[in-house]
Design a protein around this ligand. Structure first.
Ligand code: SF4
Length: 360
């Protein structure tokens, strides 16, 4: 399937031409709709890979993950000068640390907006997050001088909900589209920087296509982000078929549509009730139930936990999570990478051996 996906650079150029503002957004959860009502376009920063990490390394301990090392280095290279602001959700200690370093020490030109996320799904968590989003609204209002109405917010929320529904349809149709893993994830991950309406157009186009179904060894990919993306072409070459994912940048953000007419509560609901995520405090039991259900629905034979080295929220769960999955008959492996490096040969070999074992 041949699709033309605009690059980040092209999207940013277009935003600037339309006098929109660019927000560089760090992982994982936030409300795209809230930013868009202020004519701020989120461009997410999952690293990126392939930067000179010595620039960020002077401010960070070596045991901080490569997402944070790379993001800080990218900023210090001047590559974020196109951004008008930075949004840093309080996803983990490493990102909270990054926000503090930026605010207290580096003081970049861009305004910095932290976003605190609750670690549960109780009514209090929902209220807390709705209040947080309200407070971010007030800060963005001061920053831009704009005061979008509840109707503006609801329209933006519904536009994002439509994009997320289309993304969910892409996952359901993946195996019938004749699309390989790398191309599928290029499309899915364009949601990280494309405006919702542009992503929806692309998704619509992709959903019209069909091809020879790919009959690879069905697996689930879990972790934070499939970087370097080479891991996906490696899985393609080894006849693996990612039939679903539990990746923070993708499947864990398959937000359901919200309910109700209070925009702040609706934005909060979407995040609070998203698929289980260790950074939002979901329990091992919830994750086991979710992953086994995913495997049953998709026919996945095993899970590759593809983790960023030193990612504490992911790594804390893994021993117990993998043991519990083993007890219910779901095989898994865990590999760890530094997103700045090419895919290590040893990791590719271990993935290959795992796929062979599943196929035997
Ligand atoms: S990879 Fe893990 S530790 Fe690093 S920013 Fe993401 S959640 Fe935090």
């Amino acid at each position: 399937m041949q699709m033309t996906i605009p690059s980040r650079k092209e999207v940013i150029k277009d935003i600037k031409k339309r006098k929109g503002l660019v927000a560089a957004v760090l992982p994982i959860h936030y409300s795209r709709a809230l930013l868009r009502t202020f004519d701020i376009y989120p461009i997410e920063l999952w690293g990126p890979p392939k930067v000179d990490v010595s620039l960020g390394g002077t401010h960070l301990q070596t045991y901080v993950c490569s997402i944070v090392h790379n993001a800080l280095s990218f900023l210090k290279m001047g590559a974020l000068n196109v951004a008008d602001l930075l949004l840093i959700p309080h996803t983990c200690d490493s990102l909270q640390g990054l926000a503090s370093i930026l605010i207290d020490l580096i003081k970049p030109e861009q305004a910095i907006f932290p976003l605190y996320l609750p670690r549960g799904q109780r009514e209090d968590d929902l209220t807390f997050l709705a209040d947080e989003l309200h407070s971010l609204y007030a800060q963005l209002s001061d920053f831009t001088g704009k005061h979008p109405s509840d109707e503006d917010l609801l329209a933006a929320i519904k536009r994002e909900e439509m994009s997320d529904l289309l993304m969910a349809k892409l996952y359901k149709k993946k195996q019938l589209m004749g699309i390989n893993n790398i191309d599928f994830y290029r499309l899915i991950r364009s949601r990280e920087y494309l405006p919702a309406e542009q992503f929806s157009d692309l998704a619509d186009e992709a959903l019209q296509t069909s091809g020879e179904p790919i009959q690879g060894i069905p697996i689930i990919l879990s972790g934070i982000v499939p970087e370097p993306m080479e891991v996906l072409s490696t899985i393609d070459e080894m006849n693996g078929e990612v039939v679903a994912d539990d990746l923070a940048c993708c499947g864990r953000r398959l937000y359901e549509p919200g309910t109700g007419t209070d925009p702040f509560r609706r934005m909060a609901e979407r995040i609070i009730y998203a698929p289980p995520d260790p950074t939002r405090g979901n329990s091992i039991e919830e994750r086991v139930k979710y992953l086994t259900g995913m495997a049953q629905n998709t026919g996945a034979k095993g899970i590759i936990f593809y983790d960023v080295k030193f990612c504490e929220p992911e790594l804390f769960d893994l021993p117990e999570l993998r043991n519990a999955l083993k007890e219910v008959g779901l095989a898994s492996i865990n590999v760890e990478v530094n997103i700045n490096n090419p895919l290590p040969h040893q990791v590719a070999t271990r993935i290959g051996a795992f796929l062979e074992m599943l196929d035997s």
